[in-house]
Ligand binder design. Sequence first.
Ligand code: G1P
Ligand code: ZN
Length: 586
Amino acid sequence: MASTLSLKTVPTKPFPDALAGTSGLRKKVPVFMQENYVENWLEALFFTQPPPAGKESILVTGGDGRFYSEVVIQKVMKMALAHGYKRIIVGKDGILSTPSVSAIIRERKADGGVILTASHNPGGPTQDFGMKYNISSGAPAPEGVMHAQYEHSQKLTSYTIADVPDFDISKVQTIIPFSGVTIEIIDPCDIYINLMKQIFNFDLIKSLFQRKHFKFTFDALHGVTGPYALRLFHEEFGCPVECLMNCNPLPDFGGLHPDPNQVYAHTLVERMYADSSNCPDFGAACDGDGDRNMILGNHCFVNPADSLAIIAESASECIPFFAREGVKGVARSSPTAPCVDRVAAAKSIPCYETPTGWKFFGNLMDAGKISICGEESFGTGSIHIREKDGLWAVLCWLSIIAHESNKRYPLSGSSSSSAAPSSADSSAEGKVVSVQEIMDEYWTKHGKYFIQRHDYEGVDSTKAHSLYDTLRDTLAGKSEEELKKITGDDNAKSCDVFNYTDPVDGSYSPNNGIRFKFVDGSRFVVRLSGTSSSGATIRVYYEKYSDDKAQFHKKEAEVLEPLVATFSRVSKIREITGFEKPTVIT
Ligand code: G1P
Ligand code: ZN
């Protein structure tokens, strides 16, 4: 052990493009590989967010293990030390899911966390890398923090780093490189799994896995959730490992696009729509860093907006944490269809609409205004941490299915919903309530939103901004009569731009998308992505409500066609971008 920390100061100059977007800084790997690029970002971060004095300052770091992480994680540790952090908690091999970083920050009362991920974006030498900062609540840093960081980064002339060899993070151990400084390399899963045990009834979920007819499958898409999934589904619930796909994290995600939607998680989707008696009853996938989830049933897909609403509807009945704490309120991002609004209205609890990005939920959670929230982009979560949480959502669904199955097909010798089935498991006892049944019952009660998101990826940035600005200037604030004339659609009703004032701290976030409403309550919302690593992505969200049961099984594309036609006509998207159709429809 050396007795003192020796520092190195290195001259540098600013990188004007290093501005964080919806969820941290995301760029192609070669951009991050530029000399001093990572160091600049960290210097500006640790300068503007210095470790607090007067306590043992703690930083958590880790990520989804994507390409270039092993280089960057050493820089994070060394620069955190140079800026005065006294304890660094790092996941073994640099692996920590985004939700587990948030959980560890909270559990260990850390002062912040640096997460190395570009979430659901592909990884590899020519693909994406990302860095994100979370504050001491475990939440992604608010916009103000990242703006201050960026401003400082533009004035940099040098950075400071600890002049030490790389730390060995390949095993769980505690390193004391200098007196008063600790590097703690931890098992990536322990704290997270323990937290899940406090939230859910693991015996109840285990009883579902023991039912004769329950078949489960999970796809980690070679992202970070693999080790967590093995611990939960295999070790805790007894699910055979063959049912858990792609559970070894790989730096390039095995060439997969680790985004759990029907387009990219197609192997799972094919399994769930297989024309065979082997088709699983329940399937789920998570994204690269573990904060997103997709839920599927046998021949059925659960839209994230429905998933959020169903979890909010059932939480206090099926999940011990919410039975204890209640569901105080809910929130959704603006482009997310308002399914959960109806659940909230029925329960007489508040419902908030926020801009896109998890960071906007943080204040509402800290102030005790909401318990559960979500986004259309396959993100669902609660106050247990301050990030969305893919595996938490899967456990919510398993709890709901187990609870409902126990109600309808009780297990012998038990009146309690938490009992495990007896060994004399009759065929009725083996049955499970299907995901489709849960959805149908929920639609019957609250009605159904038909929902689609159309993404136009890789659009020339100038063209995308000009389309957005022109559309806003043409439509926003116009009267119903004017809108009908401009759009040529007799159902046009109103249009505005979503400007958000945070109800907790009053902070203002303007220009979060164009919201266009039709007379029957249908909407389309248009915004530009804040996570593209190059070029621009235009996102158009469509939704239409129906409480007519006879319509529920109609195809989304058919129901939404008139809305799509109106958007295409008024935005001139084809003419401006040259795109004949969206790149991805989810
Ligand atoms: C996208 C999603 C958004 C999510 C973010 C980070 O951001 O739309 O809901 O919070 O990724 O996972 P966007 O690219 O739309 O700015
Ligand atoms: Zn993610």
